[in-house]
Design a protein around this ligand. Structure first.
Ligand SMILES: [Zn+2]
Length: 417
């Protein structure tokens, strides 16, 4: 018989509604059985107390790469064994930061997931795209390396075909990711910042490729997440039926309306844009990359404000991928994104927290787990804080304020419960 556990908190945030004072959440067998006021709540076998309880947080745009910086050489030449070893610590840093679920949009997460799920390594619930799909010369290509090398490396390090062109090759690459167990499909819909010779303004997969990709993904109950900065790529992706727009740097009034019309979700990644601008050079970014980010970083922040004001649905994403605190976008700093949403995008703390709770599972479309909210029958993923994030959103970033993290009813991080 499992033991039921009750968390009593001065403040309870259920992932969507205004927080309530003196709340309680009870779970048993990994699922929530009660959430509401402490007064009148059922008895449980164990009881713990904290200042604030809320759903474990979601980061909807991350990567397990096991690298430290932005140099093409590091990405192409690092040993997959070293990368995996680092990623194990990244997964631990993630859950210690209060993030119990991530949507990984490219990386080695599908392989890491087995080691987390069998209890070998602590880490978040990992919903992964496997390897991202992109065209020859595009954001998933590696422009200073011979194409044959890029393809070989893609197979060995990432479990993918490498760059693909034409609807059928793209669909085949997607089917390989289904075979690997992907929960969502990631495509490169426009050029990017960290690739060397493509422009973020250019559409990458063509309309005909996008149509084939969306048809195939939809038939297998997966949604497509598209990396897209420029307007042309965003428009094409939305028209084809892509459901989440990653980055979305050049969204304008008209494209925000199209996002709403198509019920698509925007996943901003302010964290990486700011870090890359400030620390890119130190961590090996080339001049081409630094030139691109000098434009993208501020534009991105400005656009997120517009999208929020227009009422576009937003889910939190950071694009965090690097290992160790002395690295470009360190795992464990995921909660920094919330502060940007409050300080720069001008969301209320409640709205910012919703992007990391209620909205998280929605970025997986039909494969959304019952998670991100304190509701009966939902996963018992909980973040217990010593602080009140509604009065200070940045308090979540301070490890001293993380009292405990519970994942699937298991006390995974315990800092003095
Ligand atoms: Zn990314």
């Amino acid at each position: 018989m499992s033991k039921s556990t009750k968390i009593v908190a001065e403040l309870l945030f259920d992932g969507y509604n205004e927080p309530i004072k003196d709340g309680a959440v009870i779970y048993d067998n990994g699922k929530i059985t009660y959430a509401g006021t402490a007064e009148g709540s059922p008895n449980a076998d164990l009881t713990y107390k904290c200042k604030t309880v809320l759903p474990g947080l979601w980061d909807c745009h991350v990567h397990f790469f096991g690298v430290k910086g932005a140099s093409e050489a590091e990405w192409n030449l690092s040993s997959p064994i070293s990368m995996a070893a680092r990623a194990i610590y990244d997964a631990k840093a993630c859950i210690e930061a209060g993030f119990t679920s991530v949507r990984e949009l490219g990386g080695i997460g599908l392989k890491l997931r087995d080691a987390i799920n069998d209890g070998t390594a602590p880490g978040p619930n990992l919903y992964s795209a496997g390897s991202a799909l992109g065209i020859t010369s595009g954001h998933a290509d590696s422009h200073n390396y011979p194409l044959d090398f890029v393809r070989k490396r893609a197979g060995e390090a990432w479990g993918s075909l490498g760059p693909v062109d034409g609807p059928w090759e793209a669909v085949k690459a997607m089917r390989i990711q289904f075979r690997e167990g992907a929960d969502v499909i990631k495509i490169m819909g426009s050029g990017g910042v960290m690739s060397q010779r493509d422009s973020p303004h250019h559409q990458e997969f063509s309309d005909v490729e996008l149509e084939a990709l969306v048809t195939e993904a939809t038939s297998k109950d997966r949604i497509i997440a598209s990396h897209t900065h420029g307007a042309a790529g965003i428009r094409a992706a939305l028209k084809a039926g892509v459901k989440t727009i990653e980055h979305g740097t050049w969204l304008d009034d008209e494209l925000c309306d199209l996002m709403i019309d198509k019920d698509a979700i925007l996943v901003p990644t302010i964290f990486i844009q700011q870090r890359l601008r400030d620390f890119g050079e130190k961590f090996g970014a080339s001049k081409e990359v630094m030139d691109k980010i000098s434009v993208v970083a501020d534009k991105h922040k400005e656009t997120m404000k517009l999208a929020y004001q227009k009422g576009v649905k937003i889910a939190l994403g950071t694009d965090i991928y690097s290992s160790g605190m002395d690295s470009l976008v360190p795992w464990g700093l995921n909660a920094r994104e919330l502060e940007y949403y409050v300080e720069d995008v001008r969301m209320s703390p409640l709205e910012a927290l919703r992007t990391a709770t209620h909205m998280g599972p929605k970025t997986l479309g039909p494969r959304a787990p019952k998670s991100g909210e304190l509701k009966i029958g939902f996963d018992a993923d909980l973040l217990l804080l010593n602080s009140n994030p509604f009065s200070d959103i940045s308090s979540i970033q301070d490890k001293n304020n993380i009292k405990a993290v519970i994942k699937g009813g298991i006390l995974t991080v315990n800092n003095g419960l």
